[in-house]
Design a protein around this ligand. Structure first.
Ligand code: SAM
Length: 333
């Protein structure tokens, strides 16, 4: 049965935050500098609970895409065991499996990830400059990220997407350089608009919208639109005469709620209908998974009832700035 909301949007894409822990403290994501928000391991969904949920979404609701994120998903204990189990489920019920990672724990796991059937690899990298990387993330780990990207290329992961959040006065001077990097390595570079979250310093002065970013790219490169499915959040372009592709994710200036096909599970096991929906509207699937009263069919019923409350679009920017309870580590972007 497909999961359709009251705005006639079919949902088929689940993003799961595997942990709120991250080894980086990116200024725009984890501004408090806490490496994690304190969810104990026992409060995270276990591998078995995650598998139960993935099975419900894939088998009962015909989801075709699952993305693992975090925090840093590769910082989760026994991540390869989890991926092995997900891979087994995938072999009988095919779906596309992706991961979004900061790339710092990736190098020695790439071969396993390839073998376990990971389809899509997104690596976050906001700068090519070591010192700037350190000032954005708080860690001197850019070499680990570059090594991971190079190895992923040699292992023929395709596509490899590089997620880059552009902040005016921080890394907007590297936009063309980042595109050149993508061309040289035949990657998809995705420029993401800086989004406001709890005390992450977002303001009109450091926000730059995707049209401005695109204009900067077009000073050097001619972009040719690539047509994609309406539910794709990225507007993607080929680069005339070159390899690699450029995408823009305009979450703020031109939101794509009308075609939203996504649901999210937070690190502490809550169903989130929208990236920006308030904490009070989250539905604890963990408590259902841990209650003897609920079997998988009951949990599926709760999910299909919940989706009827999904709003047509997320609040406008003025409202978003007032939201207090969201943080990206738990939600996973
Ligand atoms: N640790 C992993 C990583 O770094 O890719 C996965 C989690 S991270 C929250 C997922 C994505 O969200 C990253 O690509 C990150 O750049 C993006 N992100 C985090 N905070 C953001 C913000 N305020 N605005 C836009 N994108 C953001």
């Amino acid at each position: 049965m497909k999961l359709i909301d009251t705005h006639n949007r079919t949902h088929n894409y689940l993003r799961i935050s595997l942990t709120d822990k991250c080894n980086l403290n990116c200024t725009y994501c984890n501004p408090s500098g806490n490496s994690f928000y304190g969810i104990q391991n026992s409060a995270l969904l276990s591998n078995e609970e995650l598998l139960r949920l993935i099975k419900i979404f894939v088998v009962d609701f015909e989801f075709t895409k699952i993305r693992l994120t975090g925090g840093e998903p590769l910082a989760r204990n026994n991540i390869l065991d989890l991926l092995e189990s997900i891979g087994k489920l995938k072999s009988t019920n095919p779906f596309e499996l992706g991961i979004t990672t900061n790339g710092t724990f990736l190098l020695d796991k790439l071969e396993s990830l390839k073998g376990l059937g990971l389809d899509k690899l997104n690596i976050s990298l906001d700068t090519l400059d070591r010192l700037k990387y350190k000032s954005i993330t708080g860690a001197d780990k850019i070499d680990e990220v570059f090594s991971s990207i190079h190895k992923a290329i040699t292992l023929s992961f395709s596509p490899i997407k590089i997620n880059t959040v552009i902040m005016k006065g921080v890394n907007d001077d590297e936009i063309i350089e980042m595109v050149t990097f993508a061309i040289e390595k035949n990657l998809n570079i995705r420029f993401i608009e800086f989004m406001p979250f709890q005390s992450n310093g977002w303001n009109d002065d450091n926000y730059i919208n995707y049209e401005e970013i695109k204009k900067i790219v077009e000073k050097k490169y001619r972009l040719i639109p690539i047509h994609s499915h309406p539910s794709e959040v990225a507007k993607s372009y080929a680069i005339k005469g070159n390899g690699g592709t450029v995408s823009f994710i305009s979450s703020i200036s031109n939101h794509f709620c009308g075609d939203c096909n996504r649901l999210r599970i937070t690190a502490d096991g809550k169903l989130k209908l929208c990236l920006f929906s308030p904490k009070k509207n989250e539905i604890s699937l963990k408590s259902l998974l841990r209650s003897a009263k609920y079997n998988d069919a009951d949990i599926a019923n709760v999910i299909s009832d919940s989706i009827l409350n999904k709003k047509l679009k997320h609040p406008e920017i003025d409202e978003l700035l007032k939201l207090e309870s969201n943080n990206m580590l738990q939600i996973g972007g």
